[in-house]
Design a protein around this ligand. Sequence first.
Ligand code: TXA
Ligand code: MG
Length: 333
Amino acid sequence: MITETLRVSAEAPQADVMARAGELIRAGRLVAFPTETVYGLGANALDAQAVARIFEAKGRPANNPLIVHVTSINAARSLVTDWPTAAAELAQRFWPGPLTLVLPKRSNIPDIVTAGLGTVGLRVPANPIAGALIEAAGVPIAAPSANRSTRLSPTRAEHVQRDLDGGIDMILDGGPTAGGLESTVLDLTTTPPRLLRPGLVPPHALEAVVGPINRSAHSEEGAAMPAPGMLARHYAPRTPLECVECEAAGRVESLSRQGMRLGWLAFGNELSLIPPGVTVLVMPSEPVQYAARLYAALHELDAVGVDRIVVSLPPDTETWLAIRDRLRRAMHV
Ligand code: TXA
Ligand code: MG
């Protein structure tokens, strides 16, 4: 299969390109597209065969459900059997945006989309290219992140190409994604609502709308992960990666003295000691900018070809929750 990559303007997505991409989706094909979080790999959510192609292209285990993307609250409601007040309030506040709501699914969604679960994850993405694709296709779009299973999520079209070239039909290149980290996944079928995956919308912002939520699965102790497919090792670069809680400079120096070529995601003012042969990327000291940079930085270090990546962890506070979650899952040991 030849994968066609087309540049698209996020400000004004080209109508002819979007029409072709929409046709591909309707024909059961796979189109990668930018969202405000990461690139997604889209297929017609109402076509079980098309969705099966997503699992095949990604090498994704069949027990990991997909998020369905729509462009409006009404479209979301047409896919679920219940629309509780919490859903209405959260959708009103955060859609379009990086929040996925898990609700009881209607039977029009094929079982393969939800991995056989009775619930479906729904969101309205904020990137205009994503919205234009869903509109052009005229159907809801099931889309996981556009990477091989367990690998790093893509924040640029080149990352999608590196992982999936030849396995999918089209890549819409809308430039780097703004958010850089996946959506927050919140289960609304339980009381209180339960945080299944921390993401760009922090828990306190959800709580400001719906009151207390259950975030126990995401304590730093790392309890069992309730989102199916939230494998402990996930979102990982190819290069072995280790996280250091503080004072990583010592660790970098000692590994480097053992002759290892290192990549270092540094944080804050650690840069007095840089041994030769260490590729240092200084990460932003603020979570929104850090998230936007994280996957691209790890992709870069993979491309440089170092023996190991050392990450100086950001602080153990709630604004860093999603970032620390992904870094923990990126560790090889
Ligand atoms: O930002 C994002 O969410 C991106 C963009 C493309 O929208 N998508 C994404 O999809 O990250 P994926 O497939 O890589 O991750 C989806 C997560 C998985 O952890 C999955 O287990 C969870 O959402 N999920 C989806 N549907 C679910 C359901 N019905 N119940 C529980 N968890 C669900
Ligand atoms: Mg993913």
